[in-house]
Design a protein around this ligand. Structure first.
Ligand SMILES: [Zn+2]
Length: 483
């Protein structure tokens, strides 16, 4: 009897040992294949030179959707389909900023932020709105009414621990305070202009908002501080039309637990000032390559991997909101065990995770094993910091645990975010290769886990969002799910 017990124990141990060895062999085989892959970079370079930007609702955006669909099919994925959704697509026309001081006029280069009026010309006195945070507006009081509010996009001379708000949240606050127009001052030197949505919900805002260079903003501030009275005439013409855009989705069916889905996504769309090579060519084309590579491996993942390229992220998470709404209505959201979002991801050094009990330890154990494959290229850090304004947000607000790669792309890339310099010259092929290597490794870890922890309960989610300081921004954005 005793001998029999030992045989049983030995069998169980050996079975587990074989599993661990098999997992590690699989991880190393995948890593070896991924390490030599630069397909994602080549596809992104092709897209940059043949399509250009990928703005939702534009001809280029539709071409990018078709290209992604073709590349998933070329990769041999089990199922590839488009998820169409309707959206109001804003497109840039012209923007002109003229500053007057009672003696003459000065033209200052600017770009319109997105979802600004289709046609307007607003002249108003310029008022320094600082960083555009609630305390700044409180300080200005009634002076904000009818003003051209000069507001920093970043945080300038802020007190320690101060948290910045998204430009769309600052625009919502400025409008509430009665501003007639908003002049956003960029934080990057060298005359760089930045675009992005000024709307919290994707609808057009009623007042014009434009971005000017940090140097021009600084010069205006200096004149204001000397007591000069300045006016800003902001004229713009834009267009908006109802379009159908498409998220492109591909799936690799799980071999053991196919009904449980690990969703890995990133936005394919980009702004129109350049080609969006880093925001978010880095993430979306890495996902295309990851799908191709995982499909080509001789070992399928145990759980289903769903690859999603979202459109409409830049105009206000339009594609991810539509998809999550569809999943929630059809009851399929519960099958999505977690959402991994690659937005400007490159050379990941670990993963951030927003999930209830069990998720952090699961991800940090996984990171430890992944780091053993190549600790020089992957540190295996984890954090529980959560943030908003990318495609994971609609999933998180429905309680789905979210995960994102921890990247530090460097100042030269972050300076070109949403700007006319976000082009392929910024992309280092190896950064995309490492996306594929380490996000792929995490996918195999999650797919093969005995059990994945749960979604957030509404109470857990509420507590977590409050601790993360996200209640305020979500309320401003009209996205706070509770009273
Ligand atoms: Zn992005």
């Amino acid at each position: 009897m005793r001998a029999l017990r030992w045989v049983i124990v030995l069998c169980i141990c050996q079975h587990q040992y074989v599993d661990v060895v098999a997992q590690s062999v699989r991880a190393r085989a995948f890593d070896a294949a991924a390490s030599v892959s630069e397909q994602g970079y080549e596809w992104l370079a092709y897209s940059s030179s043949h399509i250009g930007h990928r703005l939702t609702g534009s001809v280029q955006g539709a071409k990018a959707e078709a290209l992604a669909d073709s590349l998933f099919r070329l990769g041999g994925l089990d199922t590839v389909h488009a998820f169409p959704f309707e959206a109001d697509a804003w497109a840039r026309g012209s923007a002109k900023l003229t500053v007057g001081d009672g003696r003459g006029f000065l033209h200052i280069p600017c770009v319109a932020l997105a979802n600004t009026p289709l046609e307007c010309a607003v002249e108003a006195p310029i008022v320094d709105g600082g960083n555009g945070l609630p305390e700044d507006l409180l300080r200005i009081g009634d002076n904000a009414k009818g003003a051209a509010l000069l507001v920093n996009i970043g945080l300038v001379a802020a007190s320690e621990g101060e948290k910045n708000l998204h430009r769309s949240e600052k625009a919502a606050l400025a409008m509430k305070a009665g501003a007639a127009s908003i002049l956003f001052v960029n934080q990057v030197t060298g005359g760089v202009l930045l675009t992005g949505t000024a709307s919290i919900d994707g609808a057009l805002i009623p007042i014009p908002a434009a971005c000017l260079a940090t140097e021009d903003g600084g010069a205006l501030r200096e004149r204001l501080s000397k007591g000069e009275l300045l006016t800003a005439r902001l004229e713009m013409r834009n267009t908006s039309s109802r379009v159908t855009a498409r998220n492109i989705i591909a799936e690799l069916r799980g071999s053991e637990i196919p009904e449980e889905v690990i969703l890995v996504g990133g936005h394919l769309d980009s702004w129109d000032l350049a080609t969006g090579a880093t925001d978010n060519g880095l993430g979306s084309f890495s996902i295309l390559d990851l799908a191709r590579l995982m499909q080509s491996m001789p070992f399928p993942p145990e759980r289903t991997i769903r690859f999603v390229l979202f459109m409409g992220e830049e105009q206000g998470l339009l594609g991810s909101r539509a998809l999550v709404e569809h999943y929630a209505k059809s009851g399929s959201l519960e099958h999505v065990k977690c959402m991994i979002n690659l937005d400007m991801s490159g050379n990941p050094q670990g993963f951030g995770v927003g999930g209830p009990a069990g998720w952090r330890s699961m991800i940090s154990d996984a990171c430890e094993r992944i780091a053993r494959i190549d600790s020089a290229a992957f540190e295996g850090r984890t954090t529980e910091e959560i943030w908003l304004h990318s495609d994971h947000q609609p999933f998180l607000l429905e309680g789905v645990p979210v995960i994102y790669p921890l990247s530090d792309l460097g100042k030269h890339i972050y300076s070109c975010y949403h700007s006319s310099c976000d082009d392929i010259h910024l992309v280092e092929p190896g950064a995309m290769t490492n996306n594929v290597r380490f996000v792929g490794a995490l996918l195999y870890e999650l797919a093969g886990a005995t059990k994945l922890p749960d979604h957030f309960t509404p109470e857990e989610l509420k507590a977590r969002l409050i601790t993360a300081g996200l209640e305020g921004p979500l309320r401003i954005g009209g996205d706070w799910p509770w009273e």
